[in-house]
Design a protein around this ligand. Structure first.
Ligand code: ASP
Ligand code: MG
Length: 455
């Protein structure tokens, strides 16, 4: 079970986690937890402040966040009994202060100090959660992820060394669960072979959880968050959007670009590779089934699982007569984007032109300038990408026609279909996007009851 930052944001959130963990105690859970919300950001900001030399301000800025931990501890842990967490917090304060001082004095490599500092978000949340669970009768035990997840030396986005990690995790965690204990560990944080603290990159707790799940061959990986799984479309656009019961890994990957907040497929890959189903659950609705992500899901009766979208898209069209029957043009175009580290999303080509979409226009001017040497360039802002996802989409006859006939009054600026078996993507003007999604959602989902979208 992985709990994200908002799932441990305050006293009420901790109560919900206690409920979820204790109600599944007989399934022998292992708990992986993120830092309390905003704590990672605060630690990073403190690091930057210390780097600029303002050590006092850096340490003071963290006090409100330490206080949030104290408040939770005070709520759960009896005042007259032992409070291991209070001792931990005092030690952590001293250590963080020392690390910030070193940062301002540059007395160790900064990338190393940064990871050491930011790791306290998960160090504290995991120790606190272990204490909280114990206070409610759950036999939890804290494990320091920095001793279990072994990574390379790439501070800030370290890569786990999987076999060593799996061995350590199995060695430590399995006996604990077998003895009826609930192991609690921080996500995101790890250690290199030298024992120095590393981190797996922002949002890395899901990854930690998937690594642990794979190592112990878990029956299921539960990602507990504050939404009810992955939806058939954005509920802010269609009020009748509903939770998708089962998604394949490939479908989830296509949707991630749009709904990246729910699930990053890259991060759950270790679990999926081991055939472990990944369930996205909502701490606010613990009894709802959520969305299950599995290696392969069947087709939905209507073929479509979800309609996702993204606004603020810019279309670039490059036209060059030189392209006719020659090679090397695409490569020349892509090299420009490569140089400016700009991600291309949708692409469509004809004999003499390429159309593509960007969602970052940070280097647009320079990109256009360079592309102009290759051909005529047009820039069209204010578009939205609409992505229809479903297993079997490419293979089903008549589906594209059904999709486009539903929105026959809308101008389609660009289409991409066939690259993925599970996705049809097209681009429309931003101001009609919501209307397009509503129409498609009504056409494809309205006649279906909640049950019939189950595979
Ligand atoms: N606390 C880390 C972050 O905010 C890791 C996580 O939440 O997954 O990026
Ligand atoms: Mg997070």
């Amino acid at each position: 079970m992985k709990f994200g930052g908002t799932s441990v944001g305050d006293v009420a959130a901790f109560e919900r986690v206690v409920h979820v963990v204790s109600s599944q105690a007989e399934r022998r859970p292992v708990v992986v937890v993120s830092a309390m919300t905003k704590v990672t950001d605060a630690l990073l900001a403190a690091f930057e402040t210390a780097k600029k030399g303002d050590f006092a301000l850096a340490i003071a800025s963290l006090e409100p966040h330490f206080e949030r931990h104290v408040e939770v501890a005070r709520h759960f842990i009896a005042a007259d009994g032992p409070n291991l967490f209070a001792t931990e917090l005092d030690l952590a304060r001293g250590e963080i202060s020392d690390l910030l001082l070193r940062t301002s004095r540059r007395s160790l490599p900064l990338s190393m100090l940064k990871d050491a500092i930011v790791s306290y978000g998960e160090q504290l949340s995991s120790r606190l959660l272990a204490e909280v669970l114990r206070s409610r009768g759950v036999r939890s035990r804290h494990f320091d992820s920095r001793r279990l997840i072994v990574t390379d030396d790439e501070f800030g986005s370290a890569t786990p060394i999987m076999d060593e990690t799996a061995e350590l995790v199995r060695l430590e965690i399995v006996p604990a669960t077998a003895a009826g204990e609930v192991p609690v560990m921080g996500g995101f944080i790890a250690g290199n072979r030298a024992g120095e603290t590393t981190t797996l990159g922002r949002g890395g707790s899901d990854f930690s959880a998937a690594i642990v799940a794979a190592a112990i061959d878990a029956g299921e990986l539960q990602i507990w968050t504050d939404v009810t799984g992955v939806m058939t479309c954005d509920p802010r656009i269609c009020s009748d959007a509903r939770t998708i019961p089962v998604l394949s890994y490939e479908e989830a990957a296509e949707l991630a670009y749009f709904g990246a907040k729910v699930l990053h497929p890259k991060t759950i890959k270790p679990a999926v590779d081991h055939g472990i189903p990944v369930r996205v659950c909502n701490t606010f609705e613990p009894d709802a089934v959520g969305t299950m992500v599995v290696a392969e899901s069947g087709e939905a009766p209507n073929k479509i699982k979800s309609i996702a979208s993204k606004k603020g898209i810019t279309i670039l069209r490059i036209t060059s007569a030189r392209m006719l029957g020659s090679y090397g043009f695409m490569s020349a175009v892509f090299q420009v984007f490569d140089r400016y580290r700009t991600v291309i999303d949708v692409i469509s080509t004809s004999e003499v032109s390429i159309a593509l979409t960007l969602d970052s226009t940070a280097s647009l001017e320079k990109i256009v300038e360079e592309l102009s040497r290759l051909g005529d360039v047009e820039v069209e802002p204010n578009y939205a990408v609409i992505c229809v996802v479903g297993e079997g989409l490419r293979a089903s006859t008549g589906l594209a026609s059904k999709i486009f006939s539903t929105i026959s009054d809308v101008n389609i600026a660009l289409v991409s279909h066939g690259a993925s078996a599970v996705n049809l993507t097209f681009v429309v003007k931003e101001d009609v996007a919501a209307n397009v999604i509503e129409k498609l959602h009504t056409r494809f989902f309205d006649q279906l009851s909640d049950r019939t979208i189950v595979n």
